[in-house]
Write a protein that binds this ligand. Structure first.
Ligand code: SF4
Ligand code: SF4
Length: 78
C-alpha cells in the first residue's frame, strides 16, 4: 500500500531509526550531525553511540527517513 513502510526497511539500533526504503543517500543528515554520529555508504546508513538525539538529522532529512526509535527519544522509552 502506498504510504506505508515495510518493517523490514527500518533499521533501529536503539539510538535512531532509519527507513532504508525511503532514504535517498543524499548525505544531508551526515553534514547536519554535530558529533558526526552518522555514517553513510552506498548501501547502509548507521549511527554510533556518540549520537545525542538532538534531532537535527530528523529535521534535516528531506524525505523523513530518520526518526527516533519508535518515534521517541531514549529518555522517553520505558
Ligand atoms: S540526532 Fe543529532 S546527534 Fe544523533 S544522529 Fe541525528 S543529528 Fe546526529
Ligand atoms: S538526509 Fe535523509 S535521505 Fe538523506 S541520507 Fe540522510 S536519511 Fe537518507
Amino acid at each position: 500500500m502506498q504510504g506505508t513502510v515495510s518493517p523490514e526497511a527500518i533499521i533501529d539500533n536503539g539510538i535512531m531509526a532509519i527507513d532504508t526504503a525511503t532514504c535517498l543517500h543524499c548525505g544531508a543528515c551526515v553534514g547536519a550531525c554535530p558529533p558526526n554520529s552518522i555514517f553513510l555508504n552506498e548501501v547502509l546508513i548507521t549511527f554510533d553511540d556518540s549520537c545525542t538525539q538532538c534531532g537535527l538529522c530528523v529535521k534535516t532529512c528531506p524525505v523523513g527517513a530518520i526518526d527516533f526509535p519508535r518515534g521517541h527519544k531514549r529518555s522517553e522509552l520505558r
